[in-house]
Design a protein around this ligand. Structure first.
Ligand SMILES: [Zn+2]
Length: 393
């Protein structure tokens, strides 16, 4: 099978570029009547020999050693370094790019090009501190600004340095004219979580306010605001924050239904619980609303009435979670063989639900059992949503 990936296509080109560079260098030397050393010819044929024997790596090494870094050949050296990085040989890439930077005769612009690639090498090798220093150096020199900012944003996210991430994202927004408000709102939410963990609820609420000020559609900020107020015993403010999610993203309404019901219970507003769940059922019909509503029926009218409601709902929209709940409440009012059969069914549905992902990233398809605000697969923010259908919401 022919591999058409750019990596494999670029190998012969790099070798060709080196051979051309050496040939040009030799012509120059001949014009100046400079003697061409025997070792150059010997190395040249050694390289060719490697090439003929399909030992491309060894051939590149020989040709690279023969070609001096200069203004005419710097592109070839940088490209070779990049090629090594793409092949996962980062040490070699670093060596080549450092060799380019070490040449004092190189113009500032070409030196910056090599500096940028070296920073990428460090990033690839996981040496984030060293990559950060070089990208910051490029920013000071006003070179490769947008790309340096993008890499710095990625570094600060990986290091969980949210203050720096906010600072860089705002700079990137100004430099690129692209909105980073969604990401920045998440960074404020991360800061709010840190404050919440240290018991500083006032500071946490302040960060949440900043998140909503940056992105008023931030579901995460509303959920955090609801949770913080709920923990502070301010259920009225919590319900306001949770209810906001419906306008922000109805797909995530299922995330707040349970705490919302708890808050209404605290406020002794059972009427509001029923009317909001009825509204949610009618408009969106997710299984979380079905189960919470049937719990209300169970509380008011008993197990049989709740089971009847669930059966009717499952006929219209089948759900494994719904079936599991139906079996659980039915166990309370069945006896003998019917009860034993239900226990078997319960085991089957539990096994079906066990380890089943209920969230999925709409960008890369990553599946998870818990909610992630940043996808662990593709690192996108706000891309993980509850899975819809029989196995999900
Ligand atoms: Zn993803």
């Amino acid at each position: 099978m022919i591999d058409n990936s750019p990596l494999f296509i670029s190998l012969p080109f790099i070798i060709l570029a080196f051979m051309l560079g050496i040939f040009m260098g030799r012509r120059k030397a001949e014009k100046k009547q400079t003697p061409v050393s025997y070792s150059l010819t010997s190395d040249y044929f050694k390289g060719l020999n490697y090439l003929l024997n399909e030992q491309t790596d060894k051939a590149i090494n020989v040709f690279a050693g023969m070609l001096e870094v200069g203004e005419e050949t710097v592109d070839t050296h940088i490209a070779l370094g990049n090629l090594y990085r793409q092949r996962g040989e980062v040490e070699q890439a670093i060596k080549i790019h450092q060799n380019v930077i070490a040449k004092p005769s190189l113009s500032l612009s070409r030196r910056n090009d090599a500096l940028f690639e070296l920073a990428r090498d460090f990033m690839h090798a996981g040496l984030l501190d060293r990559a950060e220093n070089l990208f910051q150096e490029l920013l000071k020199k006003q070179s490769h600004v947008q790309n340096a900012l993008k890499y710095l944003l990625s570094i600060y996210q990986q290091e969980h340095d949210w203050d720096e991430a906010i600072y860089i994202a705002k700079k990137l927004e100004a430099a690129s004219n692209i909105s980073y408000s969604r990401q920045v709102a998440h960074f404020y939410c991360e800061l709010a979580l840190i404050s919440q963990k240290s018991g500083n609820f006032k500071e946490a609420l302040l960060q949440v306010k900043k998140a909503l000020g940056t992105d008023k559609q931030s579901v995460r900020a509303s959920i955090l605001e609801g949770n913080l107020n709920k923990d502070l015993g301010n259920c009225k403010a919590a319900t306001r924050a949770y209810r906001r999610v419906e306008q922000q993203d109805p797909m995530l309404l299922s995330e707040v239904l349970e705490p919302l019901v708890q808050c209404y219970k605290e406020l002794k507003k059972s009427k509001e619980i029923k009317s909001f769940l009825e509204h949610s059922l009618k408009k969106y019909g997710g299984i979380t609303s079905v189960l919470l509503y049937s719990e209300q029926i169970r509380y008011e009218s008993g197990d049989k009435a709740a089971a009847l409601f669930v059966v009717e709902t499952l006929r219209k929209k089948p759900s494994i979670r719904g079936l599991s709940y139906l079996i659980e409440i039915s166990l309370d009012f069945t006896k003998g063989t019917a009860h034993d059969n239900l226990l078997i069914l319960q085991e089957i549905t539990n096994n079906l639900l066990k380890d089943k992902p209920i969230y999925q990233c709409d960008q890369c398809g990553f599946k998870a059992k818990t909610m992630y605000w940043q996808c662990p697969g593709c690192k996108s923010w706000s891309s993980v949503k509850p899975i819809q259908g029989i196995e999900g919401e």
